[in-house]
Design a protein around this ligand. Structure first.
Ligand SMILES: [Zn+2]
Ligand SMILES: [Zn+2]
Length: 307
């Protein structure tokens, strides 16, 4: 028991959560929340908006526990669903709590309230079954660089660099699937709440979403991340997390320089570029984490210092 208590004191966790719920005085809450998080020594990024909350933060076990308790005292957040990962230390450098108008930014004139319109939520087991049905279309609800690191087998890769580009792409390229069963998924579920609602509004007839996203899917003891290839991109210091504990590991990324399968995502070492790209270990010797010849010659190269 004593050992376990000591273990808990040294252990860190990452929390990931969201909820679409009306928040009055969101601006004020954001300020107050930042102070509270700092008092617990948490680090991460939390967004507070009039339509809800979306956050991820890391901290010591007991501090994250306190955070959860505190949140559940608020009637708006009493059923807040926390997805929890154990980690060795903080995975963020700072604590940010920001106020914004929307939880996820979407270039669409009408407002989409997931509490009014959203796709059917499927838990991991039902999702896996649904994926195996004929005539389903699996749509990745994330950006192209997240997809490239790992995704559900046979999922469609939207060529979007940010979430707000989805409506335009759907309109142009994806509308032909209006009569199909659409399965959408994202990291933790917050984006699909809106994306699936948007698809329904656009006249898609049958839309499902993965409840709790890839993060929850990978934790299901029965499903164990089945049919997910590669790793899941995360927006913290870990960059990626493993998902599939059932099948043999498949690499989905390809080295930018030589095409070898790899899951090494690096930022271009040219400070003025910083483009995230795949680079295998062997190519790093030659390219020094440059995304192009031009970046390799750049004056502000972190490794080569071409001055
Ligand atoms: Zn290579
Ligand atoms: Zn570059």
């Amino acid at each position: 028991m004593l050992f376990y208590s000591i273990f808990l004191l040294t252990m860190y966790r990452v929390l990931l959560y969201y909820k679409y719920v009306k928040i009055d005085n969101a601006k004020f809450l954001a300020e107050e929340h930042l102070e509270f998080c700092k008092s617990l020594n948490l680090r991460g990024r939390i967004l507070i908006t009039p339509e809800g909350i979306n956050g991820t933060c890391s901290g010591k076990f007991n501090r994250t526990e306190k955070y959860i308790e505190h949140m559940r005292l608020d009637p708006r957040f009493k059923d807040l669903w926390f997805k929890i990962d154990e980690v060795d230390g903080h995975v963020f450098k700072k604590m940010h709590v920001r106020y914004k108008d929307e939880l996820v930014t979407f270039r669409f004139p009408e407002k989409i309230d997931p509490n009014v319109i959203s796709g059917v939520h499927l838990d991991p087991k039902d999702w896996l079954e649904k994926m195996r049905e004929d005539d389903v279309i699996i749509l990745d609800g994330r950006t192209d660089y997240e997809y490239d690191l790992g995704h559900f087998r046979n999922a469609i890769r939207p060529p979007v660099k940010s979430f707000r580009e989805f409506p335009e792409w759907v309109e142009k390229e994806f509308s032909l699937y209006k009569d199909k069963k659409i399965l959408t998924y994202c990291t933790g579920g917050v984006r699909c709440e809106k994306l699936s609602g948007y698809l329904l509004k656009k006249g898609f007839s049958e839309v499902y979403q993965l409840n709790g996203g890839i993060v929850n899917y990978s934790k299901d003891p029965e499903v164990k991340g089945k049919l997910f290839d590669g790793k899941c991109y995360v927006f913290d210091g870990r960059i990626s997390i493993p998902v599939n504990f059932a099948d043999e590991y498949t690499l989905t990324g390809r080295c930018l320089h030589c095409g070898t399968p790899t899951d090494r995502y690096v930022n271009c070492a040219n400070i003025d570029c910083h483009k995230q790209h795949f680079e295998c270990e062997k190519c790093e010797e030659k390219w020094a984490r440059s995304c192009s010849e031009e970046c390799m010659q750049a004056p502000r190269h972190e490794i080569l210092q071409n001055t």
